[in-house]
Design a protein around this ligand. Sequence first.
Ligand code: MBD
Ligand code: FE
Length: 291
Amino acid sequence: MAANGASGGATHKFDPNFTKNVIAATGPKAAPRTRKVLGSLIQHLHDFARENEITVDEWMSAVEFINEAGQMSTDVRNEGQLVCDILGLESLVDEITYKLASDASDAPTATAILGPFWRKDAPKLSMGDSIIIKSSQDEEVTHMYGIVTDFKTGKPIGGAELDVWHTAPNGMYEQQDPEQPDFNLRGRFTTGKDGKYDFYCLKPTAYPIPDDGPAGRLLKMLDRHPMRPAHIHFIVSAPGYKPIVTQIFDRTDQYCGNDSVFAVKDSLIVDFMPLKDDKKAKFELPYDFRM
Ligand code: MBD
Ligand code: FE
């Protein structure tokens, strides 16, 4: 063991009651879930620190990292969420929360993480409308359509809302980019009685998650890239159904097997199909949602 290392030496023994005492300091008015979850968090944090012989310097650099992530966060940049995403935590809690969702065709559509770029109150649009307010890339216009069904009965769900959002071809969501109009590439659509929807969007592009802050430094420390495969986000909701928060991914994207935030699932990979001689779109994308 190095003289200046963390270890107190081979003879050091941790007080076996230390962690127990910290957990037992929880007062009687703590809610049961709080008692359970924070007790477990303290146990794991202490075990983690002991196992890895975390030093004061290492702990302090983690504290500075967390503080910097917090200070950097604004309403268009959620650095804490980005840090969780690259550690796989948002995808894991998504899986834990929505255990029901699977790749089976008789199950609800698989979920995928919300991510930090959803905005509430996206414009309510009519069927057949376009979410493209401004784009330099008309060669990517895509006609997306499909049906929302009840996964148990297979019947169409009328009045279901599809909230959709994706990035511009420059790899930025509108709130990150002063060049884009407010709510560019976002919209909400409501299915008719037949459960059907259709709208125009762009075939999205792969892009890096914001990597000029703590999350980016962490990626570099881990020798990882910041790229996400091209994707379109959805929240599909309907009265009486659990909302489906999900994303779909372009099969031809090289990052489908290598997403920096670990959100890709097989059943969410789609094929943008080239259209010939269509006046409005260069691709079509049929995709059905089950809920
Ligand atoms: C994104 O666009 C995104 O969807 C997620 C989950 C994380 C970072 C950027
Ligand atoms: Fe995204």
